[in-house]
Ligand binder design. Structure first.
Ligand code: F0G
Length: 352
């Protein structure tokens, strides 16, 4: 990525007086892709994908982590800590490295995608696996934060959500206006909260023509849908491990985004998530992780029900890279069984 670092680009909207941001890994500036073939499948002319995979650690978390870690350093932190379904820990581990800060990550055992685990391990974070889910891990992290053991870099740290607002700024900059609707997966509910605040802030600053704001469309996995059900889910389950969360920290922010914007928060099934993840990469070449496909699956449903119009400008946020979770991709029957290496056998296997 060229040009100034993300926090410098939007300094006037984010920074405190004279604040320095020595740490950057080249976050933000991610592409907004006009998804013509996928849009045609859904009957939407102006469907766009905001692909967050090109961020330094492969997810949108880097936008908020860069601000949280710069401020932790500025405030003399001794260590950082987070609970995570995987992406937050990968991001925290990476940004802590140039900061020279020890990074502790608390993860639900057996439920973190392989790529994300590898990222945190490689960057030298201290991994602690707990026999519990994300919600239990986050409860422990809150306590550690209160005790002053380390700076919490989950989205209960307001700097995280401030940094994540930059994605909304970029969407408006790239489209030249706010979209009619913006769809995204909802887990701990920080991102939907941050986008909504970001669109507001940009409009209030006079940087969105006419002050337009989008409808916010949030989607939870059916087995992990506390906001839709209006009560915490004790044992959340979904193939989209990134959003396997039963008691989101930014619950109120998500509800406000939904209600103030005239939007929705609904569920999608695991089957829809996996099917749509595959459609996105087969039609558009954009490989996202399962959780990211939840927003697109939701848009497909709303479009089919006539709740999104064919000419509306719709942006779906693809929150994380598909390479993070290679195990979620199933091989076609027989395609990985070796054959002899001679040309005839290969031609035959190709169906030529
Ligand atoms: N998509 C991906 C790829 C995520 O990693 C997350 C959250 C979300 C969507 C949901 O965003 O929590 O702001 O509603 N991952 C967190 C983590 C919980 O620990 O990495 P949210």
């Amino acid at each position: 990525m060229t040009g100034p670092p993300l926090l410098e680009r939007y300094r006037d909207l984010l920074a405190r007086d004279g604040e320095a941001f020595p740490i950057s890994l080249g976050e933000g500036g991610t592409p907004l892709i006009h998804a013509r073939r996928l849009g045609a499948e859904f009957g939407l002319e102006r469907l766009h994908l905001k692909f967050e995979g090109p961020n330094p650690t492969g997810s949108f978390k880097d936008r908020g982590m860069v601000l949280a870690v710069n401020r932790a350093v500025g405030e003399g932190a001794r260590a950082v800590v987070c609970a995570s379904t995987g992406n937050t820990s990968a991001s925290a581990a990476a940004y802590s490295a140039p900061a020279g800060l020890p990074c502790h990550v608390i993860l639900p055992a057996g439920k973190v995608a392989r790529g994300k685990l590898a990222q945190a391990l490689a960057a030298g974070a201290q991994l602690i696996m707990v026999d519990g889910n994300f919600d239990a891990a986050l409860a422990a992290v809150r306590r550690l934060g209160e005790e002053g053991v380390a700076v919490v870099v989950n989205s209960i740290n307001p700097d995280r959500l401030t940094g994540q607002q930059t994605a909304a700024f970029e969407v408006v900059d790239d489209l030249g206006d706010a979209p009619d609707a913006l769809a995204l997966p909802v887990g701990n509910a920080g991102n939907i909260t941050a986008y909504w605040r970001g669109f507001h802030r940009y409009a209030d600053a006079g940087r969105t023509p006419g002050g337009k704001l989008p409808r916010m469309l949030g989607f939870q996995a059916e087995g992990a849908a506390p906001i839709v059900r209006n009560e915490p889910v004790e044992s959340p389950e979904t193939v989209a491990t990134a959003i396997r969360i039963g008691n989101p920290a930014s619950w109120a922010g998500a509800v406000a985004a939904r209600d103030e914007s005239g939007g929705v928060i609904e569920t999608v099934t695991d089957d829809e998530i996996i099917e749509v993840q595959r459609m996105i990469v087969r039609l558009e070449g954009v490989f996202c992780e399962p959780a990211s496909a939840a927003g697109v699956a939701g848009v497909r449903r709303l479009a089919s029900e006539g709740r999104i119009g064919p000419h509306e400008v719709v942006v779906c946020v693809l929150t994380g890279h598909g390479l993070k979770d290679p195990d979620a991709v199933q091989a076609e029957e027989g395609s990985l069984t070796p054959i002899p290496a001679d040309l005839d056998s290969i031609r035959k296997a190709m169906g030529l």
